[in-house]
Design a protein around this ligand. Structure first.
Ligand code: 5CA
Length: 441
């Protein structure tokens, strides 16, 4: 993408309405703009990051055997009446009346919609288990939307729902998601710690929140230091095998959110106990027959008997993750994107746009990058060098290549890794290998 053509409205000044660093940087780096309280428009750079995160979430869901569907944002009140949640949900639910006076709502979650589908379509035990997910916008009329996309009113969530015949198999579905979540966050460069949690309006008695530690997190959390060092399950993970021991390794270490933490009965103390603040980037629940019972999601078992399905639901805050990653990875100059979610992998700075040699060299590198399939942001503007460097740092591009008149004379290009201080000179002749390396990584 050519910077001269890109819609990337960066800001020099810090917007006063933004209270935390990720919100400030998302505005300054031109990722989002607020359209109404807690409702955002994603601009090109921000939308690229959002889609990268979405894609990692999708790949790990698919790998764990979940199947993608797309449910509507607007739901009928009818199914919510059946589950009993229509009245319970309160003011957080945005209620809408259509032209025929039918009660509708903008979905804050989708247990009812998916359970209704499964109740209608799945009739035999042979069709189970099933795990269905979607990545869709949700709306919750939060009392205090704040911190930008961290606590929005409209936000993007990956939510999925597992349907099983019995408790054992439902626990296996829960464990699969537990492991898939650890992998998902690790791929985004995040350490997210599963913590025993309350279930709130979703219900049930088994639940874990996945928490990223950050000073600006909304909840106080407590955990065993050992958890910070535990590696996420690698590529060898086999979702068909018993995942109980992996889950046990994580769950056996103490980790609790504020509501669950009991200082008098906490098994760890001193240096071993991490007391911190955290951002909830995911939440998984097992709740048995709470929705399948009222919505009639039953199947016929092998002996012809009626079995009410065992369910769980699993959420990831996809749009919140953009903010959480920035909280975890930035410096005074701006965002430092992990490569896996960066809007562009390489930034190319032409220090002297308009100079025929600089232009020719830059155009060639830009073409080579694109030919290698590398996403590159090419700053071809006639701007001061300082402005260009500051912009690349602010937007957080992982690799920066700089071409200038002096470099061309010496046959050199400057290479900088965002976040690491060193800038190295590379022979222009060696750039082909460098590009091949990036393309392969
Ligand atoms: N139905 C269940 C699981 S699918 C559910 O709705 N769970 S939840 O309420 O915990 O939401 C799932 C995730 O969405 C949360 O962990 C959080 O990361 C994200 N989330 C929740 N509310 C907001 C919000 N107001 N703004 C941004 N993200 C949010």
């Amino acid at each position: 993408m050519r910077r001269s053509q890109l819609f990337l409205p960066t800001l020099k000044e810090t917007p006063s309405e933004a209270k935390i660093v990720s919100h400030r940087l998302m505005l300054r780096a031109g990722l989002v703009r607020q359209s109404a309280a807690g409702i955002y428009t994603w601009l090109p750079a921000g939308y690229r990051v959002l889609r990268k995160i979405e894609q990692i979430v999708r790949e790990e869901q698919d790998r764990a055997g979940a199947q993608e569907v797309l449910m509507p944002t607007i739901q009928s009140a009818e199914v919510w009446r059946k589950s009993g949640r229509y009245d319970d949900y309160g003011k957080e639910m945005l209620r809408i009346v259509d032209r025929h006076d039918r009660e509708m709502l903008f979905g804050p979650t989708a247990e009812e919609v998916i359970t209704d589908i499964v109740a209608n379509e799945i009739t035999s035990y042979r069709d189970l288990p099933k795990n269905l997910y979607n990545i869709q916008w949700k709306f919750r009329d939060e009392v205090r939307p704040r911190f930008g996309v961290m606590r929005g009113r409209e936000f993007l969530m990956k939510d999925n729902y597992s349907f099983d015949l019995d408790y054992e198999s439902a626990r296996h579905s829960y464990n699969k998601m537990f492991v898939a979540y650890l992998r998902t966050y690790a791929r985004m460069g995040l350490t997210a710690i599963p913590m025993a949690a309350d279930t709130g309006p979703i219900g049930g008695d088994l639940s874990h929140e996945f928490i990223v530690l950050a000073d600006t997190g909304e909840s106080a959390v407590f955990c065993d230091k050992a958890l910070l060092e535990l590696p996420a399950p690698g590529d060898e993970v086999d979702y068909d095998s018993d995942l109980g021991s992996t889950v046990e390794t994580w769950a056996s270490h103490y980790a609790a959110t504020d509501e669950k933490h009991d200082p008098d009965n906490c098994p760890i103390s001193g240096d071993q106990l991490v007391t911190a603040r955290g951002i909830e980037v995911g939440h998984i629940f097992y709740f048995g027959t709470k929705y399948s019972e009222p919505l009639g999601a039953t199947v016929q078992g092998p002996d012809g008997q009626k079995i009410t399905l065992e369910m769980g639901s699993y959420g990831i805050g996809v749009s919140r993750l953009v903010g959480a990653i920035i909280e975890a990875s930035h410096d005074d100059a701006g965002i430092i994107w992990p490569e896996s979610v960066a809007p562009w992998l390489v930034g190319l700075i032409n220090l002297k746009a308009g100079d025929s040699e600089c232009d020719a060299a830059s155009e060639k590198i830009y073409a080579d990058l694109r030919a290698a399939g590398i996403e590159a942001l090419y700053d071809d503007r006639d701007e001061r060098a300082g402005t260009k460097f500051a912009d690349m740092d602010l937007v957080g591009i992982p690799w920066q290549l700089t071409i200038g008149p002096r470099g061309i004379k010496d046959g050199k290009v400057d290479v900088k890794r965002r976040g690491a201080d060193e800038k190295v000179e590379l022979a222009i002749d060696a750039l082909d290998d460098w590009i091949a390396e990036r393309a392969g990584s």
